[in-house]
Design a protein around this ligand. Structure first.
Ligand code: ATP
Ligand code: MG
Length: 464
């Protein structure tokens, strides 16, 4: 790109001379202003790699101009010149942020050389700025934190996927950031001004899910006293996020398949279909291919969902992100809990780096919240998060039974602990046999398997 220079001087002869000679010798585009006022106007509309200004001018003086420019952009390279140069004015100009100072009359070649140096500084600064910006994009992206190679690939994928309207399936263990990823896709897409509708599939009872998604006509069933718009219609022009899609029943899968194929929905009790303009993003922490083999998930539905797959890496595979994430979460919750800022002790950070983090970032977040609540100094220590100091090498107990956590996190943690202990006991007794374990606790085999998948409990380690 051509370099641009703004030359400011009240002597028009000087301007004409500099415009021609600098334009030629520095291979730059030179714009001139015959007063400080005019220079400010031009400067406010255009970027300049260099400003060369005379000090002595009527109206806004060169010194004032320098000050105003520096206030606006402290990185701007400015070179001052004057016929009345004295050491004092030179020092004063440098103090106010000028990069160099040139006394008139000047030797033209010397001037070119010094301005070339000034332009070099500008290009270095610009490059540095560009790199910094790029690095920022690497450490964090739309509320997603991480600088590991796998996260950088994720950022690229999100940007690419956001440009299209295709269906996305986000997979990954619990707490890896599926929700954050889905939101980032919407926020970067052309639909960002449209609605964002998130449906947590397993929390909606199966018999209600259908009417929630597709809506119903008055009289469709006993309690349908009015028409109800479904979530798909509500999301029109925007995106719908079907969270934990692995848990939906085959009958709803069939109905959703139709939406994916035809882009239309049929409210319950309605004879007509309605066209919907919605981008579908879904997520699951389950292995859908396995579910297909077990006959629990329709393969045709899977292929329609999985047009653009995004797989999120577990935290243990990107340990280099742990300090960055810990720092981010610490700042976030210090702020939310209105606590003064604290740090994580070295010992605790070492344990963070060793731990397998089954619950991924969510688990790390819970441990940090707990640490913040119990910490009494400016550092969170092992004791604050409930780890035994004498057993440093032991991983942190996956044991957070406190109700001080936010409700959602506390509930999830307790459910996890309960299931791990309860089902672990059953599997120990049944020697890893799921059918026996299910009989022992009065659950259907499939129901127990579903819970095991949700909490990632494997039967194999219990088999001797
Ligand atoms: N890369 C990340 N950077 C910052 N915060 C993250 C990151 N990944 C996850 N989190 C935080 O961890 C928590 C869990 O993330 P999120 O809900 O997106 O995960 P998920 O994969 O949808 O989990 P689940 O399977 O449990 O629903 C959230 O509080 C989220 O803000
Ligand atoms: Mg989620």
């Amino acid at each position: 790109m051509e370099r641009t220079i703004l030359v400011v001087d009240d002597e028009t002869d000087m301007l004409t001379l500099l415009k021609r000679s600098l334009g030629h010798d520095l291979k730059a585009h030179v714009i001139t202003a015959s007063s400080g006022e005019e220079a400010l106007k031009i400067y406010s509309e255009k970027h300049f790699d260099l400003v060369l200004a005379d000090i002595k001018m009527p109206g806004i003086s060169g010194m004032e101009l320098l000050e105003l420019i520096k206030k606006n952009n402290s990185y701007q390279t400015v070179v001052m010149m004057t016929a009345f140069g004295s050491i004092d004015t030179a020092v004063e100009a440098m103090k106010r942020g000028a990069y160099d100072f040139i006394t008139k009359p000047f030797d033209h070649d010397a001037l070119v050389l010094r301005l070339e140096k000034a332009l070099e500084r500008s290009s270095l600064l610009a490059e540095n700025h560009r790199l910094q910006k790029a690095c920022k994009g690497i450490n964090a992206f739309h509320h997603i934190i991480g600088k590991s190679a796998s996260m950088q690939r994720l950022y690229e994928t999100i940007q690419m996927v956001a440009k299209t309207d295709m269906t996305v399936l986000i997979t990954g263990e619990s707490g890896t950031g599926k929700d954050l990823t889905a939101r980032a896709i919407h926020a970067l897409s052309d639909r960002r001004q449209g609605p964002w509708v998130a449906v947590n599939c397993p929390t909606v009872p199966e018999n209600i899910l259908e009417s929630e998604l597709f809506g119903y006509k008055k009289g469709a069933f006993t309690h349908a006293t009015t028409n109800k718009t479904g979530l798909f219609q509500e999301a029109s022009g925007g995106s719908i996020f079907l969270d934990e899609i692995g848990d939906i029943s085959p009958s709803i899968q069939t109905k959703l398949l139709r939406v994916l194929q035809e882009k239309e929905i049929k409210p319950l009790g309605d004879t007509r279909s309605v066209q919907v303009d919605v981008r579908i993003i879904s997520s699951t922490n389950q292995n859908l291919k396995k579910k297909i083999k077990l006959g629990e998930f329709r393969d045709d539905f899977y292929y329609r969902l999985n047009v653009l797959p995004i797989e999120l890496p577990p935290l243990r595979h990107r340990k280099e992100d742990i300090p960055l994430l810990a720092d981010h979460l610490l700042k976030k919750h210090c702020h939310d809990l209105k606590k003064p800022s604290v740090k994580i002790s070295q010992e605790l950070m070492e344990i963070f780096m060793q731990k397998t983090w089954k619950g991924n970032v969510r688990e790390l977040e819970n441990v940090i919240i707990r640490g913040l609540l119990f910490c009494t100094s400016d550092k969170i220590t092992l004791k604050d998060v409930g780890a035994n100091t004498s057993a440093k090498s032991k991983p942190l107990p996956n044991h957070i039974s406190r109700t001080e956590l936010p409700y959602k996190n506390a509930k999830e943690e307790i459910l996890r602990q309960f299931n791990e202990e309860y089902i672990g006991y059953l599997l120990t007794q049944s020697n890893g046999n799921i059918t026996h374990a299910a009989k022992m606790c009065g659950l259907e085999r499939q129901a127990l398997q579903q819970i095991m998948r949700r909490f990632e409990i494997k039967a194999a380690p219990f088999r001797s």
